[in-house]
Structure formats: structure tokens, C-alpha cells
Design a protein around this ligand. Sequence first.
Ligand SMILES: [Fe+2]
Ligand SMILES: [Fe+2]
Length: 333
Amino acid sequence: MVWPRRKGVSRLLDDVDYIALDIELLEDLFYEHPLFDADFYIKKGNKFIFYRKRELPITRERIRAWKDMGVKKVYLKVEAFEFYPQYLQGRLSHIMEDPCYQVERKAKILYLVSESLLERAFRELDEVAIKNAKVFVRDTIRYLSDVPELYRKFMGLMEHDFTTYLHSNNVFFLATSFSLHLGMPIKEVEKISLAALFHDLGKERVDQKILQKPGSLDPHEWEEIKRHPIWSTQMLKEVRFSDELVLEVVEQHHESQDGSGYPKGLKGDQIHPFSRLIKVCDVFEALCGIRPYRAPFTPERAVEIMQTEMEGKLDEGVLKEFLAFLGYESEED
Ligand SMILES: [Fe+2]
Ligand SMILES: [Fe+2]
């Protein structure tokens, strides 16, 4: 059975039929490029208003004028989006290798490109989305290894809200940077990065009311949430993603060291080390993010919760390294 994905998409994204482009991306990646042959819309309230005719050249002056008018995002119709990820990747390598761009700017562009790729994958997971993700992961790891200062910059860039694709984007950058910081072999970092990108895809199939419920969940709702790691792996298999290791890591991302996690209640060494690593990044990001039932925690408070209230759930060795990676001293030091 093909799951009716598009029905649920709107709960995780701005809108089903339009894709948002950050105006800053536009400036660096698209101006005066013939491939960018699409009408633009802007959003006013819940309405999309026609803004730019496709024939109109996108010049720096025009983008600057839009910015001056307060436009932060422009929107494309989904149909116009097909070639966008491939195009982005081509332009991206150009920018990453250009010494004229500052490290901050490179990090921001990388972050925005990744966000767009994830938005596309969450909107429609298909073989194209998987292929783009694989190429992107390989490129990103290369950029991050070449310029290690880049991964310090992502912390300040992370946008926190309740959308799963932004959360996934943040977890992707955290897990990739952290793995590189640990000096892991590139082949292993690639697996971790892919698993981090796709770990929460299955939330697409969780009822919107449950995901956005302001209060605590009843046992039935909780059961539904607990299915999302399995759904993530199922969705990947449905588009012929066959890397068994990545699938295993995705499925285990909510398992806890003390056996209290889900879906299988695995313990300690039964949990794949990559899942333990992603779990630490995932928990940290989730605590710092906005949730319908609570305000976001500061990174300092998030770290404190991970060390105290979550004792026994996270891999202690990984947590210690993660705190060092973030620049915190762990308690016993
Ligand atoms: Fe999850
Ligand atoms: Fe997550």
C-alpha cells in the first residue's frame, strides 16, 4: 500500500502546495540564473500572493529591494521545485570553495540548503529525495572536515520550532559535527548523518493532534508516538532505501541505556553505538526546541537535565564527549 503522505504534510510544513525559500539563499544561490524559471509568491496571513513573474530577472538589486520591503521568504509552487535540489548542490560546492565567503556565511548557506532538502524529503519521500540526501551528506562531511570552524557556527544558526524537518536539520548538523569532532572514519560519519537526517520521518504518520497536544499524552496517544521509529524505517524501505545499518540506527534512536526506551526496550550494548550518539544529539535539540506543551530550555538547562533527570537513559561516555564538544565541562571533571 502506498501511504497517503500528502494528506499529512501540512501539519509539519508551512503549506502543502508551496515551498518557502529564504531570501538570503536567493541572493547567494539564484540571482541571474536561467534555471530559476519559476513564479514567486509571498505569504500574507494564510494567503499566497503572486509576486514575481518567471520572466523577470532576479538581480541583486531586486533582491535587495525585496529585503528592504521586509520580505524574508518567497514561495514557489511545489511543481516548480523538481530541479531545485540538484541545482542547489551544484551552486553550493562553488560557494563552499570560494575564499571570498566568510565561514559564517558558508555555514548559514549550508544550513539553509539542508533545510530545503529536508523540506523536500518530508514533503515527498521518494528515490530522488534519497539520492539528493546521499550526495548532500557526502558533500557536507567534506566541507566540515576541510573547515572545522564551520561546525562551531551551526549552534548559533539553529532555528528551533516544532516542525519536524527543522528539528531533523538541527540533529543532522549536531550529529555530523559531533562525529567529526570525535574523529570517526568518514564512512561511519556518513551513516550517522543519513540516520540523523531521516530519524523522525515516521512522525509524518503520527496524528497531528497528538504531535501538537499542549498537555500530557494519554496511554493510547503515547503508544502512537512510540511507533514513529518503526514508521521511519518503513518509509525508507518503501522508497528502496536499503542500508541495513542506517535503518537499524534509525529504528533504535529512542532506545535508552536502562531499557526504558522504545520501540523494543533494548538495553546498553544491545543499542547500536550510532543510535546512542544520535540520541544524545536528538534529546539536546528537543530540549532546546519549542514544544506545544512547554517553553524551550536554554542549552545550559538542557545539559543539566541530560545529566540529572535523564540519568541512566543516555550513554554516559557519549554524553561526556558531547558536553566537551559543546564546550561544557562534565560534572565530575
Ligand atoms: Fe524521534
Ligand atoms: Fe528526533
